[in-house]
Design a binder for this molecule. Structure first.
Ligand code: ZN
Length: 165
C-alpha cells in the first residue's frame, strides 16, 4: 500500500504538518509506518518517507519500537559528533553527519494521545534528530561536503537524480 519515497522527490523537501488529534486512522497509519520500517530494515522512518507530510516518526535503534507524534527536541547536549548515516530515501548513499549525541530530550504525543518525554544518547539521539529533520524537509546530504563524499555515494546520488528525471 505504501512505497518508500526516494530522493529527489519534492515530498521529502516539504515541511510536514502537525497531527491535530489521534484518530483510529492515525493509529493505523503509525502501525503501517512501523511495518514499513521493519520491512526495509530501517532503524527509523518519518512519515514523508512514505509520502505523507505529517509530523510522525517511528524509531527502533535496538531497544524496541517508539512511535512519536508531533515530536519536539527540548534539549540537545554535547559537541557535534560525526558518524556515517544512511537513509531509506537515499539508498546507497552514506555521508558523515555531525550531531550532538551526548544526550537529547524529546517530547511527543504517543498513540494514546498522551504527552511523553524521552531522554537518550548515542544512536537514539542520532536517529531522533535524523527523523525529525525529515519532518522539516532536511536530508543527510544537506550536511555533506560533496568534496568529502565517497565516489560511490556521489555516483549513487546522480543515479537517483537521473532515475527520477
Ligand atoms: Zn532518512
Amino acid at each position: 500500500m505504501y512505497k518508500i519515497v526516494t530522493y529527489p522527490n519534492p515530498i521529502l523537501r516539504k515541511k510536514s504538518e502537525e497531527i491535530a488529534g489521534i484518530t483510529e486512522d492515525i493509529k493505523r497509519f503509525v502501525s503501517d509506518m512501523a511495518r514499513m520500517m521493519y520491512k526495509y530494515d530501517g532503524i527509523g522512518l518519518a512519515a514523508p518517507q512514505i509520502g505523507v507530510n505529517k509530523r510522525v516518526i517511528v524509531i527502533d535503534p535496538g531497544k524496541g519500537l517508539l512511535k512519536m507524534i508531533n515530536p519536539r527536541i527540548l534539549e540537545r547536549n554535547g559537541k557535534p559528533v560525526e558518524d556515517e548515516e544512511g537513509c531509506l530515501s537515499l539508498p546507497g548513499v552514506y555521508v558523515n553527519v555531525a550531531r550532538p549525541v551526548e544526550s537529547i530530550v524529546v517530547s511527543a504525543i504517543d498513540v494514546n494521545g498522551e504527552e511523553r518525554v524521552w531522554k537518550g544518547s548515542g544512536l537514539f539521539a542520532r536517529v531522533v534528530q535524523h527523523e525529525i529533520d525529515h519532518l522539516d524537509g532536511r536530508l543527510i546530504i544537506d550536511y555533506a561536503d560533496r568534496n568529502k563524499m565517497s565516489k560511490q555515494s556521489l555516483a549513487q546520488l546522480s543515479k537517483l537524480e537521473k532515475d527520477y528525471a
